[in-house]
Ligand binder design. Structure first.
Ligand code: ARG
Length: 500
Protein backbone atom coordinates (compact mmCIF):
# COMPACT_ATOMS: atom_id res chain seq x y z
CA UNK A 1 0.00 0.00 0.00
CA UNK A 2 1.35 3.41 -0.89
CA UNK A 3 0.46 4.79 2.51
CA UNK A 4 2.59 2.11 4.12
CA UNK A 5 5.35 2.33 1.58
CA UNK A 6 5.66 6.04 1.91
CA UNK A 7 5.26 5.87 5.62
CA UNK A 8 6.53 8.88 7.44
CA UNK A 9 9.86 7.88 8.86
CA UNK A 10 8.91 9.73 12.04
CA UNK A 11 5.74 7.72 12.44
CA UNK A 12 7.50 5.64 15.09
CA UNK A 13 6.79 8.53 17.43
CA UNK A 14 3.47 6.83 18.00
CA UNK A 15 5.35 3.69 18.89
CA UNK A 16 5.70 3.13 22.63
CA UNK A 17 8.98 1.26 22.16
CA UNK A 18 10.52 4.27 20.49
CA UNK A 19 9.54 6.76 23.10
CA UNK A 20 10.87 4.45 25.80
CA UNK A 21 14.13 4.16 23.92
CA UNK A 22 14.35 7.94 23.38
CA UNK A 23 13.91 8.67 27.06
CA UNK A 24 16.59 6.18 28.00
CA UNK A 25 19.02 7.69 25.50
CA UNK A 26 21.28 5.92 23.07
CA UNK A 27 24.18 5.33 25.43
CA UNK A 28 22.45 3.60 28.34
CA UNK A 29 21.71 -0.10 28.41
CA UNK A 30 17.96 -0.25 28.22
CA UNK A 31 15.50 -3.08 28.08
CA UNK A 32 14.39 -3.16 24.49
CA UNK A 33 11.83 -5.29 22.69
CA UNK A 34 14.37 -7.32 20.75
CA UNK A 35 16.52 -7.96 23.81
CA UNK A 36 15.19 -11.49 24.08
CA UNK A 37 16.15 -12.36 20.50
CA UNK A 38 19.75 -11.26 20.51
CA UNK A 39 20.31 -8.98 23.50
CA UNK A 40 22.75 -11.23 25.39
CA UNK A 41 25.89 -10.04 23.69
CA UNK A 42 24.99 -6.38 23.94
CA UNK A 43 25.92 -3.99 26.67
CA UNK A 44 24.03 -1.03 25.22
CA UNK A 45 20.56 -0.65 23.79
CA UNK A 46 19.86 0.51 20.30
CA UNK A 47 20.09 4.14 19.30
CA UNK A 48 16.47 5.07 18.59
CA UNK A 49 17.47 6.27 15.15
CA UNK A 50 19.15 2.94 14.48
CA UNK A 51 16.06 1.11 15.66
CA UNK A 52 13.96 3.19 13.31
CA UNK A 53 16.37 2.33 10.51
CA UNK A 54 16.75 -1.34 11.33
CA UNK A 55 13.24 -2.42 12.23
CA UNK A 56 11.23 -4.13 9.53
CA UNK A 57 8.01 -4.64 11.48
CA UNK A 58 6.46 -1.46 9.99
CA UNK A 59 6.26 -3.38 6.70
CA UNK A 60 6.96 -7.06 7.37
CA UNK A 61 3.97 -7.28 9.72
CA UNK A 62 2.24 -8.19 6.47
CA UNK A 63 3.94 -11.58 6.80
CA UNK A 64 2.42 -12.33 10.21
CA UNK A 65 0.11 -15.11 9.04
CA UNK A 66 2.91 -16.68 7.00
CA UNK A 67 5.27 -16.47 9.98
CA UNK A 68 2.66 -18.20 12.12
CA UNK A 69 2.07 -20.93 9.51
CA UNK A 70 5.83 -21.49 9.18
CA UNK A 71 6.15 -21.61 12.96
CA UNK A 72 3.42 -24.24 13.23
CA UNK A 73 5.25 -26.29 10.61
CA UNK A 74 8.53 -25.83 12.47
CA UNK A 75 6.98 -26.83 15.81
CA UNK A 76 5.83 -30.11 14.25
CA UNK A 77 9.20 -30.68 12.61
CA UNK A 78 11.25 -30.20 15.78
CA UNK A 79 8.78 -32.34 17.67
CA UNK A 80 9.35 -35.16 15.20
CA UNK A 81 13.08 -34.54 15.67
CA UNK A 82 12.72 -35.07 19.42
CA UNK A 83 13.23 -31.45 20.54
CA UNK A 84 9.70 -30.94 21.88
CA UNK A 85 7.27 -33.35 23.51
CA UNK A 86 3.88 -33.83 21.89
CA UNK A 87 2.04 -31.89 24.61
CA UNK A 88 4.53 -29.03 24.21
CA UNK A 89 3.96 -29.04 20.48
CA UNK A 90 0.20 -28.98 20.94
CA UNK A 91 0.43 -26.04 23.33
CA UNK A 92 2.59 -24.10 20.91
CA UNK A 93 0.29 -24.81 17.99
CA UNK A 94 -2.80 -23.84 19.96
CA UNK A 95 -1.17 -20.57 20.97
CA UNK A 96 -0.05 -19.86 17.42
CA UNK A 97 -3.57 -20.52 16.13
CA UNK A 98 -4.94 -18.21 18.76
CA UNK A 99 -2.50 -15.52 17.67
CA UNK A 100 -3.53 -16.04 14.07
CA UNK A 101 -7.20 -15.47 14.98
CA UNK A 102 -6.32 -12.43 17.02
CA UNK A 103 -4.34 -10.87 14.17
CA UNK A 104 -7.13 -11.64 11.71
CA UNK A 105 -9.50 -9.72 13.95
CA UNK A 106 -7.02 -6.93 14.69
CA UNK A 107 -4.46 -6.60 11.87
CA UNK A 108 -2.90 -3.54 13.53
CA UNK A 109 -1.88 -5.56 16.57
CA UNK A 110 1.59 -6.73 15.42
CA UNK A 111 2.53 -3.19 14.43
CA UNK A 112 1.65 -1.83 17.83
CA UNK A 113 4.02 -4.26 19.55
CA UNK A 114 7.06 -2.14 18.68
CA UNK A 115 9.09 -5.28 18.01
CA UNK A 116 11.99 -5.36 15.57
CA UNK A 117 10.36 -7.56 12.99
CA UNK A 118 7.53 -10.01 12.43
CA UNK A 119 9.62 -12.91 13.73
CA UNK A 120 10.40 -11.22 17.04
CA UNK A 121 6.77 -10.16 17.30
CA UNK A 122 5.51 -13.75 17.05
CA UNK A 123 8.18 -15.13 19.34
CA UNK A 124 7.75 -12.47 22.01
CA UNK A 125 4.01 -12.99 21.96
CA UNK A 126 4.56 -16.73 22.49
CA UNK A 127 6.98 -16.14 25.35
CA UNK A 128 4.55 -13.79 27.00
CA UNK A 129 1.78 -16.34 26.60
CA UNK A 130 3.61 -19.60 27.33
CA UNK A 131 6.72 -18.61 29.26
CA UNK A 132 9.77 -20.88 28.77
CA UNK A 133 8.00 -23.08 26.22
CA UNK A 134 7.70 -20.09 23.90
CA UNK A 135 11.48 -19.79 24.00
CA UNK A 136 11.93 -23.32 22.65
CA UNK A 137 10.36 -22.77 19.24
CA UNK A 138 13.42 -21.12 17.72
CA UNK A 139 15.55 -24.23 18.31
CA UNK A 140 17.45 -25.08 15.14
CA UNK A 141 15.97 -22.28 13.07
CA UNK A 142 17.17 -18.80 12.13
CA UNK A 143 15.34 -15.71 11.06
CA UNK A 144 17.22 -16.17 7.81
CA UNK A 145 15.46 -19.39 6.77
CA UNK A 146 12.31 -18.16 8.48
CA UNK A 147 12.03 -14.93 6.49
CA UNK A 148 12.87 -16.71 3.24
CA UNK A 149 10.06 -19.17 3.98
CA UNK A 150 7.58 -16.47 4.97
CA UNK A 151 8.13 -14.44 1.86
CA UNK A 152 7.84 -17.46 -0.39
CA UNK A 153 4.54 -18.37 1.26
CA UNK A 154 3.34 -14.80 0.82
CA UNK A 155 4.47 -14.57 -2.81
CA UNK A 156 2.86 -17.90 -3.65
CA UNK A 157 -0.53 -16.70 -2.40
CA UNK A 158 -0.14 -13.39 -4.22
CA UNK A 159 0.75 -15.05 -7.49
CA UNK A 160 -2.34 -17.24 -7.20
CA UNK A 161 -4.47 -14.17 -6.55
CA UNK A 162 -2.97 -12.29 -9.52
CA UNK A 163 -3.67 -15.24 -11.81
CA UNK A 164 -7.29 -15.15 -10.64
CA UNK A 165 -7.47 -11.40 -11.36
CA UNK A 166 -5.97 -11.89 -14.80
CA UNK A 167 -8.63 -14.50 -15.55
CA UNK A 168 -11.36 -12.07 -14.51
CA UNK A 169 -9.98 -9.44 -16.90
CA UNK A 170 -9.78 -12.02 -19.67
CA UNK A 171 -13.41 -12.91 -19.02
CA UNK A 172 -14.34 -9.24 -19.38
CA UNK A 173 -12.40 -8.98 -22.65
CA UNK A 174 -14.05 -12.07 -24.12
CA UNK A 175 -17.48 -10.83 -23.07
CA UNK A 176 -16.74 -7.47 -24.71
CA UNK A 177 -15.57 -9.29 -27.84
CA UNK A 178 -18.86 -11.19 -27.94
CA UNK A 179 -20.88 -8.04 -27.41
CA UNK A 180 -18.95 -6.11 -30.08
CA UNK A 181 -18.66 -8.98 -32.57
CA UNK A 182 -19.98 -6.80 -35.41
CA UNK A 183 -17.98 -3.66 -34.63
CA UNK A 184 -15.28 -2.66 -37.08
CA UNK A 185 -12.56 -0.26 -35.96
CA UNK A 186 -9.51 1.15 -37.67
CA UNK A 187 -6.35 -0.80 -36.96
CA UNK A 188 -3.32 1.45 -36.50
CA UNK A 189 0.40 1.27 -37.02
CA UNK A 190 2.40 4.37 -36.03
CA UNK A 191 -1.00 5.67 -34.81
CA UNK A 192 -1.88 6.11 -38.48
CA UNK A 193 -4.91 4.29 -39.83
CA UNK A 194 -3.54 1.13 -41.40
CA UNK A 195 -6.18 -1.56 -42.05
CA UNK A 196 -9.66 -2.19 -40.67
CA UNK A 197 -9.96 -4.78 -37.92
CA UNK A 198 -12.73 -6.16 -35.76
CA UNK A 199 -13.08 -4.65 -32.29
CA UNK A 200 -13.23 -8.27 -31.11
CA UNK A 201 -9.81 -8.87 -32.63
CA UNK A 202 -8.46 -5.97 -30.56
CA UNK A 203 -10.02 -7.49 -27.42
CA UNK A 204 -8.48 -10.86 -28.17
CA UNK A 205 -5.03 -9.36 -28.67
CA UNK A 206 -5.02 -8.34 -25.00
CA UNK A 207 -6.57 -11.67 -24.07
CA UNK A 208 -3.52 -13.38 -25.61
CA UNK A 209 -1.04 -11.13 -23.79
CA UNK A 210 -2.79 -11.80 -20.50
CA UNK A 211 -2.71 -15.57 -21.11
CA UNK A 212 1.06 -15.37 -21.33
CA UNK A 213 1.18 -13.17 -18.21
CA UNK A 214 -0.75 -15.78 -16.25
CA UNK A 215 1.49 -18.53 -17.64
CA UNK A 216 4.61 -16.59 -16.62
CA UNK A 217 3.31 -16.18 -13.07
CA UNK A 218 2.37 -19.86 -12.91
CA UNK A 219 5.84 -20.79 -14.12
CA UNK A 220 7.49 -18.51 -11.54
CA UNK A 221 5.34 -20.23 -8.92
CA UNK A 222 7.11 -23.54 -9.52
CA UNK A 223 10.37 -21.92 -8.34
CA UNK A 224 8.70 -19.85 -5.61
CA UNK A 225 7.23 -22.96 -4.08
CA UNK A 226 10.43 -24.41 -2.62
CA UNK A 227 10.91 -24.58 1.15
CA UNK A 228 14.06 -23.01 2.68
CA UNK A 229 13.12 -23.93 6.28
CA UNK A 230 15.82 -26.14 7.81
CA UNK A 231 18.59 -24.12 6.15
CA UNK A 232 18.98 -22.22 9.43
CA UNK A 233 21.26 -19.15 9.30
CA UNK A 234 23.31 -20.30 6.31
CA UNK A 235 24.79 -23.75 6.85
CA UNK A 236 21.78 -25.96 7.60
CA UNK A 237 20.16 -26.91 10.89
CA UNK A 238 21.93 -29.22 13.31
CA UNK A 239 18.72 -31.04 14.27
CA UNK A 240 17.50 -34.15 12.44
CA UNK A 241 14.64 -32.37 10.67
CA UNK A 242 12.68 -34.24 7.99
CA UNK A 243 12.78 -31.35 5.56
CA UNK A 244 10.69 -33.09 2.88
CA UNK A 245 7.80 -33.67 5.29
CA UNK A 246 8.13 -30.11 6.58
CA UNK A 247 8.04 -28.75 3.02
CA UNK A 248 5.00 -30.84 2.16
CA UNK A 249 3.27 -29.80 5.37
CA UNK A 250 3.58 -26.14 4.34
CA UNK A 251 2.28 -26.83 0.84
CA UNK A 252 5.67 -26.54 -0.85
CA UNK A 253 6.61 -28.74 -3.79
CA UNK A 254 10.07 -29.55 -2.41
CA UNK A 255 12.74 -28.62 0.11
CA UNK A 256 15.59 -26.41 -1.09
CA UNK A 257 18.89 -28.09 -1.99
CA UNK A 258 21.49 -25.61 -0.76
CA UNK A 259 21.28 -23.70 2.49
CA UNK A 260 23.46 -20.76 1.36
CA UNK A 261 21.34 -20.31 -1.75
CA UNK A 262 18.04 -20.82 0.05
CA UNK A 263 18.71 -18.18 2.72
CA UNK A 264 20.19 -15.54 0.48
CA UNK A 265 18.75 -15.61 -3.02
CA UNK A 266 15.59 -13.79 -3.90
CA UNK A 267 15.41 -14.72 -7.56
CA UNK A 268 11.88 -16.02 -7.02
CA UNK A 269 10.91 -12.47 -6.06
CA UNK A 270 12.70 -11.11 -9.12
CA UNK A 271 10.83 -13.51 -11.37
CA UNK A 272 7.56 -12.51 -9.78
CA UNK A 273 8.40 -8.83 -10.22
CA UNK A 274 9.48 -9.42 -13.81
CA UNK A 275 6.24 -11.24 -14.60
CA UNK A 276 4.34 -8.48 -12.79
CA UNK A 277 6.20 -5.81 -14.77
CA UNK A 278 5.43 -7.46 -18.09
CA UNK A 279 1.78 -7.77 -17.13
CA UNK A 280 1.77 -4.11 -16.04
CA UNK A 281 3.27 -3.14 -19.40
CA UNK A 282 0.45 -5.00 -21.17
CA UNK A 283 -2.11 -3.22 -19.02
CA UNK A 284 -0.38 0.06 -19.77
CA UNK A 285 -0.67 -0.53 -23.51
CA UNK A 286 -4.34 -1.44 -23.15
CA UNK A 287 -4.83 1.74 -21.14
CA UNK A 288 -2.98 3.83 -23.72
CA UNK A 289 -5.19 2.48 -26.52
CA UNK A 290 -8.26 3.41 -24.52
CA UNK A 291 -6.97 6.89 -23.67
CA UNK A 292 -6.68 7.78 -27.31
CA UNK A 293 -9.74 5.80 -28.45
CA UNK A 294 -11.75 7.81 -25.91
CA UNK A 295 -10.38 11.19 -26.99
CA UNK A 296 -12.72 13.38 -29.03
CA UNK A 297 -10.33 13.21 -31.96
CA UNK A 298 -10.71 9.42 -32.21
CA UNK A 299 -14.10 8.96 -30.47
CA UNK A 300 -14.07 5.20 -30.95
CA UNK A 301 -15.13 4.30 -27.42
CA UNK A 302 -16.96 5.76 -24.48
CA UNK A 303 -15.63 5.02 -21.02
CA UNK A 304 -18.21 4.68 -18.32
CA UNK A 305 -18.76 7.56 -15.90
CA UNK A 306 -18.05 5.22 -13.00
CA UNK A 307 -14.39 4.91 -14.03
CA UNK A 308 -13.87 8.48 -15.22
CA UNK A 309 -13.48 11.76 -13.45
CA UNK A 310 -14.06 15.41 -14.16
CA UNK A 311 -12.19 18.66 -13.94
CA UNK A 312 -12.49 21.13 -11.08
CA UNK A 313 -12.31 23.99 -13.55
CA UNK A 314 -13.61 22.81 -16.91
CA UNK A 315 -17.20 21.63 -16.54
CA UNK A 316 -17.25 19.79 -19.85
CA UNK A 317 -14.33 17.45 -19.05
CA UNK A 318 -14.61 13.71 -18.66
CA UNK A 319 -11.13 12.32 -18.19
CA UNK A 320 -10.02 8.69 -18.60
CA UNK A 321 -8.29 8.64 -15.20
CA UNK A 322 -8.67 4.92 -14.66
CA UNK A 323 -6.77 4.17 -17.84
CA UNK A 324 -4.16 6.85 -17.19
CA UNK A 325 -3.48 5.55 -13.69
CA UNK A 326 -3.15 1.99 -14.96
CA UNK A 327 -0.59 3.33 -17.43
CA UNK A 328 1.10 5.26 -14.62
CA UNK A 329 1.26 2.32 -12.21
CA UNK A 330 3.38 0.34 -14.65
CA UNK A 331 6.23 2.77 -13.94
CA UNK A 332 6.41 2.02 -10.24
CA UNK A 333 6.02 -1.73 -10.77
CA UNK A 334 8.97 -1.72 -13.17
CA UNK A 335 10.80 0.43 -10.59
CA UNK A 336 10.17 -2.23 -7.95
CA UNK A 337 11.77 -4.85 -10.21
CA UNK A 338 14.79 -2.68 -10.98
CA UNK A 339 15.17 -1.78 -7.30
CA UNK A 340 15.45 -5.40 -6.22
CA UNK A 341 17.76 -6.30 -9.11
CA UNK A 342 20.13 -3.59 -7.98
CA UNK A 343 19.84 -4.59 -4.31
CA UNK A 344 20.79 -8.17 -5.10
CA UNK A 345 23.49 -7.67 -7.65
CA UNK A 346 26.47 -7.11 -5.37
CA UNK A 347 25.56 -9.31 -2.42
CA UNK A 348 28.13 -11.80 -1.20
CA UNK A 349 26.87 -15.14 0.10
CA UNK A 350 24.95 -15.67 2.26
CA UNK A 351 22.37 -13.55 4.17
CA UNK A 352 23.01 -9.81 4.37
CA UNK A 353 20.70 -7.25 5.90
CA UNK A 354 20.31 -5.67 2.47
CA UNK A 355 17.87 -8.51 1.88
CA UNK A 356 15.41 -6.85 4.21
CA UNK A 357 14.91 -4.40 1.33
CA UNK A 358 13.30 -7.18 -0.74
CA UNK A 359 9.88 -6.75 0.82
CA UNK A 360 8.48 -3.29 0.28
CA UNK A 361 9.00 -3.32 -3.47
CA UNK A 362 7.46 -6.76 -3.77
CA UNK A 363 4.48 -5.72 -1.64
CA UNK A 364 4.12 -2.52 -3.61
CA UNK A 365 4.25 -4.26 -6.99
CA UNK A 366 1.71 -6.88 -5.98
CA UNK A 367 -0.65 -4.30 -4.48
CA UNK A 368 -0.55 -2.05 -7.50
CA UNK A 369 -0.72 -4.82 -10.06
CA UNK A 370 -3.73 -6.18 -8.22
CA UNK A 371 -5.68 -2.93 -8.23
CA UNK A 372 -4.66 -2.21 -11.83
CA UNK A 373 -6.01 -5.59 -12.95
CA UNK A 374 -9.22 -5.11 -11.01
CA UNK A 375 -9.80 -1.58 -12.33
CA UNK A 376 -8.96 -2.67 -15.88
CA UNK A 377 -11.67 -5.31 -15.51
CA UNK A 378 -14.22 -2.66 -14.52
CA UNK A 379 -13.14 -0.44 -17.42
CA UNK A 380 -13.57 -3.28 -19.93
CA UNK A 381 -16.84 -4.48 -18.42
CA UNK A 382 -18.38 -1.03 -18.81
CA UNK A 383 -16.71 -0.02 -22.08
CA UNK A 384 -18.87 0.92 -25.05
CA UNK A 385 -17.57 1.14 -28.58
CA UNK A 386 -19.07 3.79 -30.85
CA UNK A 387 -19.68 1.62 -33.93
CA UNK A 388 -20.79 4.41 -36.27
CA UNK A 389 -17.73 6.54 -35.57
CA UNK A 390 -15.48 3.51 -35.60
CA UNK A 391 -16.81 2.39 -38.96
CA UNK A 392 -16.45 5.85 -40.43
CA UNK A 393 -12.89 6.02 -39.17
CA UNK A 394 -12.12 2.54 -40.48
CA UNK A 395 -13.47 3.57 -43.88
CA UNK A 396 -11.38 6.73 -43.97
CA UNK A 397 -7.65 7.17 -44.15
CA UNK A 398 -7.35 4.98 -47.28
CA UNK A 399 -7.14 1.91 -45.11
CA UNK A 400 -8.41 -0.22 -48.01
CA UNK A 401 -5.36 0.68 -50.12
CA UNK A 402 -3.72 -2.72 -49.43
CA UNK A 403 -6.93 -4.38 -50.60
CA UNK A 404 -6.81 -2.40 -53.84
CA UNK A 405 -3.19 -3.53 -54.35
CA UNK A 406 -4.32 -7.13 -53.71
CA UNK A 407 -7.09 -6.62 -56.29
CA UNK A 408 -4.49 -5.58 -58.87
CA UNK A 409 -2.37 -8.60 -57.93
CA UNK A 410 -5.44 -10.80 -58.54
CA UNK A 411 -5.48 -9.35 -62.06
CA UNK A 412 -1.85 -10.34 -62.63
CA UNK A 413 -0.01 -7.14 -61.64
CA UNK A 414 3.21 -7.88 -59.67
CA UNK A 415 2.76 -6.64 -56.08
CA UNK A 416 5.54 -4.04 -56.23
CA UNK A 417 3.96 -2.45 -59.33
CA UNK A 418 0.51 -2.66 -57.76
CA UNK A 419 1.87 -0.86 -54.67
CA UNK A 420 3.21 1.94 -56.88
CA UNK A 421 -0.01 2.27 -58.90
CA UNK A 422 -2.18 2.34 -55.78
CA UNK A 423 0.11 4.94 -54.25
CA UNK A 424 -0.54 7.17 -57.23
CA UNK A 425 -4.28 6.50 -57.01
CA UNK A 426 -4.22 7.48 -53.32
CA UNK A 427 -2.49 10.71 -54.27
CA UNK A 428 -5.13 11.36 -56.92
CA UNK A 429 -7.96 10.53 -54.49
CA UNK A 430 -6.45 12.79 -51.83
CA UNK A 431 -6.33 15.66 -54.31
CA UNK A 432 -9.90 14.92 -55.36
CA UNK A 433 -10.93 14.78 -51.69
CA UNK A 434 -12.59 11.38 -51.85
CA UNK A 435 -11.98 7.80 -50.74
CA UNK A 436 -10.67 5.14 -53.14
CA UNK A 437 -14.05 3.46 -53.47
CA UNK A 438 -15.55 6.70 -54.85
CA UNK A 439 -13.10 6.95 -57.76
CA UNK A 440 -14.73 6.39 -61.15
CA UNK A 441 -13.42 3.65 -63.41
CA UNK A 442 -11.89 6.35 -65.63
CA UNK A 443 -10.07 7.77 -62.64
CA UNK A 444 -8.76 4.32 -61.68
CA UNK A 445 -7.53 3.88 -65.24
CA UNK A 446 -5.38 7.00 -64.98
CA UNK A 447 -2.81 4.91 -63.10
CA UNK A 448 -3.65 1.27 -63.70
CA UNK A 449 -4.94 -0.71 -66.65
CA UNK A 450 -6.66 -3.67 -65.10
CA UNK A 451 -9.53 -2.23 -63.06
CA UNK A 452 -13.07 -3.52 -63.68
CA UNK A 453 -16.41 -2.91 -62.01
CA UNK A 454 -15.75 -5.71 -59.54
CA UNK A 455 -13.19 -3.45 -57.83
CA UNK A 456 -15.94 -1.70 -55.84
CA UNK A 457 -16.87 -4.91 -54.02
CA UNK A 458 -13.22 -5.52 -53.13
CA UNK A 459 -12.98 -2.14 -51.52
CA UNK A 460 -15.76 -2.55 -48.97
CA UNK A 461 -14.78 -2.98 -45.33
CA UNK A 462 -16.58 -6.30 -45.16
CA UNK A 463 -14.71 -7.70 -48.15
CA UNK A 464 -11.41 -6.55 -46.70
CA UNK A 465 -12.10 -8.32 -43.41
CA UNK A 466 -13.44 -11.48 -45.04
CA UNK A 467 -10.16 -11.85 -46.96
CA UNK A 468 -8.27 -12.19 -43.69
CA UNK A 469 -9.45 -15.58 -42.55
CA UNK A 470 -5.88 -16.74 -42.07
CA UNK A 471 -5.03 -18.24 -38.69
CA UNK A 472 -4.59 -15.34 -36.29
CA UNK A 473 -6.12 -12.85 -38.74
CA UNK A 474 -9.04 -10.46 -38.29
CA UNK A 475 -11.43 -12.41 -40.55
CA UNK A 476 -14.84 -12.57 -38.84
CA UNK A 477 -15.03 -16.36 -38.82
CA UNK A 478 -11.49 -16.69 -37.47
CA UNK A 479 -12.14 -14.12 -34.73
CA UNK A 480 -15.47 -15.74 -33.85
CA UNK A 481 -13.70 -19.08 -33.47
CA UNK A 482 -11.00 -17.53 -31.25
CA UNK A 483 -13.64 -15.83 -29.10
CA UNK A 484 -15.70 -19.02 -28.83
CA UNK A 485 -12.65 -21.10 -27.86
CA UNK A 486 -11.63 -18.56 -25.21
CA UNK A 487 -15.19 -18.36 -23.91
CA UNK A 488 -15.38 -22.14 -23.65
CA UNK A 489 -12.06 -22.22 -21.79
CA UNK A 490 -13.24 -19.58 -19.35
CA UNK A 491 -16.66 -21.15 -18.94
CA UNK A 492 -18.47 -18.20 -20.53
CA UNK A 493 -21.74 -18.88 -22.33
CA UNK A 494 -21.21 -18.26 -26.04
CA UNK A 495 -23.71 -15.90 -27.62
CA UNK A 496 -24.92 -16.47 -31.16
CA UNK A 497 -22.54 -14.65 -33.45
CA UNK A 498 -24.17 -12.93 -36.41
CA UNK A 499 -22.49 -13.17 -39.77
CA UNK A 500 -21.05 -9.97 -41.20
N1 ARG B 1 13.92 -8.60 9.12
C1 ARG B 1 14.89 -9.45 8.51
C2 ARG B 1 14.72 -9.48 6.98
O1 ARG B 1 13.70 -9.14 6.55
C3 ARG B 1 14.77 -10.83 9.05
C4 ARG B 1 16.03 -11.61 9.01
C5 ARG B 1 16.98 -11.04 9.96
N2 ARG B 1 18.14 -11.85 10.05
C6 ARG B 1 19.29 -11.41 10.60
N3 ARG B 1 20.24 -12.23 10.66
N4 ARG B 1 19.39 -10.20 11.04
O2 ARG B 1 15.62 -9.84 6.25
Amino acid sequence: MPAKRRRNIHSHAANPAKSAASKAGAKSSIAQPNAQLWGGRFEHGADPLFKLFNDSLPFDHRLTQQDIAGSIGWAKAITAAGVLTLPECEKLINALEQLSDQVTRDPGMPLRSGQEDVHSFVESWLVEKLGPLGKKLHTGRSRNDQVATDIRLWTRAQVDARIGEILALQRALVTLAQREHATIIPGYTHVQRAQPILAAHWCMAYFEMLSRDAARLADARTRINICPLGSAALAGTTYPIDRETLAEDLGFDAASDNSLDATSDRDFALETLAAASICAVHLSRLAEDLVFYASQEFALVEMHDSVSSGSSLMPQKKNPDAAELIRGKSGRIIGDLVGLLVTLKGLPLAYNKDLQEDKEGLFDAMDHLSISLRIATRVIETLKFRPENAKRAAQGGYSNATDLADYLVSKGVPFRDAHEEVGKLVRHALAAGKPLEDLTLDEFRLHTKVVGKDVYKWLTLEAGLAKREVRGGTGPKTVARAVAAAAANLGIKTVQVRRH
